[in-house]
Design a protein around this ligand. Structure first.
Ligand code: UDP
Length: 413
């Protein structure tokens, strides 16, 4: 019933020229003591969103250095996804929390999935809240249990977090992007197991590998973009927290002064996201048939290469989120050396130093003002983009994330 995900092969050696020899050597040393460690990653979906993006690279690299890492996806149905979507939103601060019936659905699916977990693992890593209650049913299935939080928990709905925390307390460790996300109920007195470790992107994946300007333009042209005119772009799931409508407002402001500007909103749909389509349709309606707003999703064949092309081609990349756990799209854009504007929330300021490696904004007007500045001053854009790329190289590429996980495994042996 738990579905195994196959992730293919990657080699750490291939990353040496991008991250430097010292980091690769440090990883090899750490890995020597961890040969054959059996690690299971358990998540709610293998498609769409940041978690799957990370695991498709991290797991092959864990295997490459000698850890025996697997990935399995829990079984869910619509009633479960409805409950967990509400939970996700509540944990990010939505005033609506789950009803008693929804919590019962949540519990029932966790219990059902727990029965399917095989035993004998050294470490089970549970990703995000959806499967968080599994551990309580089968603690004997792994020597060490880790809960990995991928969402912005800085201002959670109190009812939702109070209900979730008891599930988390018994984990041996919990891993967070930033300290502000750790609920006080977990950090008080029990901080031993709290590990701060932001995620990372894979610089060699089709989404992030170097693409020539000509190839990027070729791909964007096929989607109706005029590659000789300026392009603003946001790549994200269609989700209110990503604020695509705020991006449309910002684009409209820019267009008042620079009518030749175009906007691409690129967003795939996750299988566990029942609200996605509804919000996609509202965003389409908000665009109001403007031929210079290009709204694309995975049904238009927008895959990794296309995301790469849009991020590489854009004159300014935007991630105007109002909540953002980390925002892999931020590092993805910076890694391509593009000038970047992001919401001043969640994990975005970790990646962007305002005015140095991009801009942080808190409103569509501010976003429009910074975008115009970048579009009018290409040298400014180049400077921001170059600095952003180096920041990502040092902090947000997968080998650094692999090292942090190996340290955690070593500390819990
Ligand atoms: N993504 C994609 N296609 C899309 C939209 C998003 O491949 O149409 C990817 C995006 O490039 C990034 C991930 O999905 O790698 C989203 O991760 P992020 O942390 O930005 O946000 P999340 O979706 O996890 O909230």
């Amino acid at each position: 019933m738990l579905t195994p995900v196959s992730v293919g092969h990657k080699s750490l050696t291939d990353y040496t020229h991008l991250v430097g020899r010292p980091l690769v050597e440090e990883i090899r040393e750490l890995a020597e003591g961890l040969e054959g460690l059996r690690v299971l990653h358990l998540s709610a979906t293998a498609f769409g969103g940041g978690v799957s993006e990370i695991l498709y690279t991290l797991i092959p690299l864990m295997n490459d250095v000698g850890v025996e890492a697997d990935w399995q996806v829990m079984l869910g149905r619509e009633e479960f996804y409805n409950a967990t979507k509400r939970l996700h939103n509540a944990l990010q601060g939505n005033p609506d929390s789950l009803s008693a019936e929804e919590w019962a659905v949540y519990e029932r699916y966790n219990e059902m999935n727990a029965k399917e977990v095989e035993g004998g693992w050294d470490v089970i890593i549970i990703h995000d809240p959806q499967p968080a209650a599994i551990r309580g049913h089968v603690p004997e299935k792994a020597k060490t249990w880790v809960w990995r939080c991928h969402i912005d928990l800085s201002t959670p709905n109190p009812a939702a977090i109070d209900h979730l925390v008891p599930y988390l307390r018994d984990y041996d460790a919990s891993v967070w992007h930033v300290q502000q996300y750790v609920p006080s109920a977990l950090s008080d007195g029990a901080s031993d197991g709290v590990v701060i470790c932001p995620p990372a992107i894979d610089p060699l994946s089709p989404k992030n590998m170097a693409l020539s300007p000509e190839d990027a333009a070729f791909v964007c042209d096929q989607f109706g973009i005029d590659v000789d005119r300026p392009l603003m772009c946001q790549v994200s799931r269609f989700d209110p927290w990503k604020d695509p409508m705020g991006v449309i407002d910002a684009y409209r402001k820019v267009a008042e002064q620079m009518p030749e500007v175009q906007l691409a909103l690129v967003g795939s749909m996750a299988t566990d996201d029942p609200e996605g389509w509804e919000f996609f349709n509202s965003t389409m309606a908000y665009a109001d048939g403007d031929p210079d707003i290009h709204i694309l999703n995975n049904l238009n064949q927008v895959g990794a290469i296309e995301v790469n092309a849009f991020q590489s081609q854009a004159d300014v990349v935007i991630q105007k989120s109002t909540r953002e756990g980390f925002g892999l799209t931020v590092s993805e854009a910076l890694w391509k050396g593009r000038p970047f504007i992001g919401g001043d929330v969640g994990g975005i300021p970790l990646q962007v130093e305002d005015g140095e490696t991009g801009y942080l904004v808190s409103s569509p007007d501010e976003c429009a003002e910074r975008a115009l500045r970048i579009l009018r001053e290409p040298d400014l854009g180049k400077r921001l983009g170059r600095a952003g790329k180096e920041h990502v190289r040092t902090h947000f590429l997968t080998p650094r994330l692999l090292r942090d996980w190996l340290r955690l495994f070593r500390d819990h042996r």
